[in-house]
Design a binder for this molecule. Structure first.
Ligand code: NAP
Length: 282
């Protein structure tokens, strides 16, 4: 029951209608029986929304597109990893002092670490937006040899320079995948409703490759389905979503996240009809 003692956490972004964060966090609160609630706010003005966090005593916020970079200007402290990435996806309010974190990076690393060891591996990362930047920082911290490819080559160049990647290029360089151990799609290609698209031709996928698609809607993208057919190890994007949310949960509550309950809430929706009918699957 929501009452005067309920601790409030929220999502701040625009749009937020498609987000699964409320579902994951509230499933965690229910599993632990703690008096917390998580609500999504569609926000245009990030400055006033952050004033609202202070004014209303909101405990924590997930920050999503388009505010992950601009939010930094209005908070008090930024965790070193988030500073390096240049984006916060989490704000914690400790008695009015707001600190920004980035849990996308470690969420992705945890999803990868479940199936492989990173050190010394060669990875091709496709994309140079927010998700790709967080992952690129994490891969370089784990001594991965990194090639960044992007539709807009100039953005790949900038990201490669920012993280000291070994190489970069446009999507014409996709055949470099033949010598890679890890392939990561961090573009929105393959996301609902264009789920029949894949960023990479199937014939370039080889059975020594681990393939991670950070797109989680649909749960198994065309890239992952084709990678499975070609004998690759596959890593679902929903795992990154789950693990970054679990880290937020722990920052918000101080409790260990109840991963089975949070994962089950998430996969039930991704695998069922409910998501198609109750959310705009963008
Ligand atoms: P973003 O900052 O807008 O970046 C989008 C990236 O996709 C850019 O590199 C862009 O290339 C590329 N792209 C878009 N359309 C393309 C196309 N038709 N062909 C080739 N490249 C294309 O977005 P983001 O926040 O990084 O998110 C990217 C995807 O990852 C989304 O589907 C998002 O839902 C997902 N995501 C998942 C998680 C998770 O936890 N699993 C976390 C973050 C994001 P240009 O630079 O050339 O435009």
């Amino acid at each position: 029951m929501i009452d005067a003692n309920t601790v409030i956490c929220c999502l701040i972004g625009d749009p937020v209608e498609h987000s699964l964060s409320s579902l994951i966090h509230n499933a965690g609160y229910q599993a632990l029986g703690i008096n917390y609630v998580y609500v999504p706010f569609r926000v245009k003005d990030i400055k006033r929304a952050i004033e609202g966090i202070r004014g209303l005593g909101i405990r924590g916020a997930s920050i999503t597109i388009p505010h992950k970079t601009s939010a930094i200007e209005y908070i008090d402290k930024v965790d070193p990893l988030a500073k390096e990435i240049g984006a916060v996806n989490t704000i914690i309010n400790d008695d009015g002092v707001l600190t920004g974190y980035n849990t996308d990076c470690e969420g992705a690393l945890k999803a990868l670490a479940e199936v492989l060891t990173l050190g010394g591996k060669r990875a091709v990362l496709i994309g140079s937006g927010g998700g790709a930047s967080a992952i690129a920082v994490g891969l370089k911290k784990n001594s991965v040899e990194l090639v960044v490819l992007n539709r807009t080559e100039d953005k790949a160049r900038k990201l490669a320079k920012q993280v000291n990647a070994e190489d970069f290029g446009s999507l014409e360089r996709l055949p470099v995948v033949s010598s890679a151990d890890i392939l990561i799609n961090a573009t929105s290609v393959g996301m609902w409703p264009r789920a029949n698209e894949s960023i990479i031709p199937k014939h370039l996928l080889h059975n020594r490759l681990a393939v991670f698609d950070i797109v989680y809607n649909p749960k198994e993208t065309r890239l992952l389905a084709e990678a499975r057919e070609r004998g690759c190890v596959i890593i679902y994007g929903y795992k990154m979503l789950l693990y970054q949310a679990a880290m937020q949960f722990e920052l918000f509550t101080g409790y260990q996240a109840p991963l089975p309950a949070m994962e089950s809430a998430l996969t039930q929706v991704l695998e069922g009809e409910r998501y198609a009918t109750h959310f705009d699957r963008r």
